[in-house]
Design a protein around this ligand. Sequence first.
Ligand SMILES: Nc1ncnc2c1ncn2[C@@H]1O[C@H](COP(=O)(O)OP(=O)(O)O)[C@@H](O)[C@H]1O
Ligand SMILES: [Mg+2]
Length: 218
Amino acid sequence: MKKGLFITIEGPDGAGKTSIQKEAARILSEEGFHFELTREPGGIDIAEQIREIILNPKNTAMDARTEALLYAASRRQHLAEKVIPYLDKGINVLCDRFVDSSLAYQGYGRGIGVDQVFQMNQFAIQDTMPDLTLFMMLEPEIGLERINRNRAPGDVDRLDMEKIDFHKKVYEAYCDIAKKYPSRIEVIDASKCFEEVLENTVSAIRKYLKKLVNTIDK
Ligand SMILES: Nc1ncnc2c1ncn2[C@@H]1O[C@H](COP(=O)(O)OP(=O)(O)O)[C@@H](O)[C@H]1O
Ligand SMILES: [Mg+2]
């Protein structure tokens, strides 16, 4: 059975994940590589409902492990209902955030421990790991500034309310994770102008596709 490619985009808020995802998919589609776009937490109705609970600014009492479990539950549903059926049909998927977000935010940011959070997530994802992950590397201060500059008044979620130290921890965690999985994770300098980030992202995906074709040919 032909399987689709599963590519994820990671990085702090404001790094450009959502904008790059859309534009990269448009360019690649013009080159004949179609990607279905989706995002976490969410992407389908049940997971979007879980997303609302996680991000609701009123849920200040939420325990760190509850948060990690909710992300994993939403991830499971999204995989089962959307991502895996696409991949099984040979359709490529480009997903905004996946398990590395949990490792960085809950494992490291909330201090639960990266290994524990990964272990717990294995129940949810079984063996569905991304073929390639693009890490949009950006200092959190710059990301938060980008978001604040463009945000509608009052549009703040529970994770936005975290102090800068939390976002710095998340950023450091992402850097560690990228070092730990160098063959899966491609680091993109997201501090550059949008066009350059886009070009570097598309090049990284093209490079992966090329490598894949060469492996199949052999
Ligand atoms: N390379 C860039 N330079 C400057 N601004 C950017 C860049 N990439 C994205 N932005 C802007 O930053 C904001 C956050 O981008 P977004 O794609 O929503 O990031 P994310 O999904 O990672 O939170 C948007 O207003 C977007 O237009
Ligand atoms: Mg986004």
